[in-house]
Design a protein around this ligand. Sequence first.
Ligand SMILES: Cc1ncc(COP(=O)(O)O)c(C=O)c1O
Length: 391
Amino acid sequence: MRFYLDHAATTLLRPQARDAWLAAGQIIGNASSTHGAGQDARRVLEESRERAAVMLGCDPIEVVFTSGGTESINTALQGLWAARPSGTDSIVLPDAEHHSTMDTVAALARGGARVRPVPVDGAGRIDMAAFAIASESAALATALVANNEVGTVNDASALARAATAAGVPLHLDAVAAWGYLPLSFRALRADAPAGAGLVAMSVTGHKIGAPVGTGALVVARSARMTALLHGGAQQRGLRAGTQDIAGAAAFAVALECAEADREAESTRLALLRDRLIDGIRKSVPGAELLGDPSDRLPGNAHLLFPGAVGESLQFLLDMAGIAASTGSACQAGVAEPSHVVMAMGRSERDARSVLRFSLGSSSADADVDAVIAAIGDAVARASGAHTAERS
Ligand SMILES: Cc1ncc(COP(=O)(O)O)c(C=O)c1O
């Protein structure tokens, strides 16, 4: 039996999303074609956009369907940068962002952008005072709503207010947060002037039970954003290319299901997670919970096992049928210390000794019990691996 505790990397396809995907996948017709078949396809697409907009708290025209978080983030950051107000040259970048943000900003920096880093505290939470100061006269700012590694939740309203006050366009990465926190684009944009404050928000499908390759970038009507992809005039010209009707339908349904389940599921997962954390600490007294102990994503348990090598730990647990992660899945193939943990003021050695357990729709007591039963032995052996590695 496999115990899957890596839902933050990707989670199960919801049956309702799969059904919507398969049904819409039968439709023949390009939504941009003017004949009847094309218009039938367009009706399904636009209905999905409307349903997604209700869930995301925005107007349908503000929903740009994408292939997921990485594309949404690239579109937002590169697009806002290309359309930046004259005289601005800086990007506000908190230190513990996802690599899709860090690497996009690094690419823009190679092209001349100046990066204004913003520290996070020991729990991985963005320093709001520093964020507000850095935002003054910046070209754009970006921030995570919730940290995908350590699970700490940032104050999205405060981030949006700071951007509004500075008159800077803000992009929020809501990939890890959506479905677990109440988030309305419209509410977060309250009182924001045209083109400033919260102007874009990224969401992905595969973290909420839609197929991989689906997602959206919410783009405020007033946002000044240059397109990344050129070609057709689809989606306000911001994302050229034939639209994925089946993906849009499945994504809209997954958004609805995630929102309908949000409160009950968050409560259920938080209880399981707390039992997991308690059990791990009893088995491994030196284990330390990283991230904010209470204000964190309900399914996230991120632990530091001092002296143990995270990769070895992950491998040993995998041998016991347990899937967990040393950091974001995108980094899994690369033996790098977690930049998030180091941004929290920890040593490189600590940043190599962490493991993230993330719970989701399939999580049950059996998953928690399996980890608690296996973790003591795995940590003892992974600590041996550290000694062997040094010698
Ligand atoms: C916070 C965050 N942003 C962005 C991404 C990238 O999203 P996607 O996998 O849909 O490209 C991830 C994926 O792990 C994430 O956790």
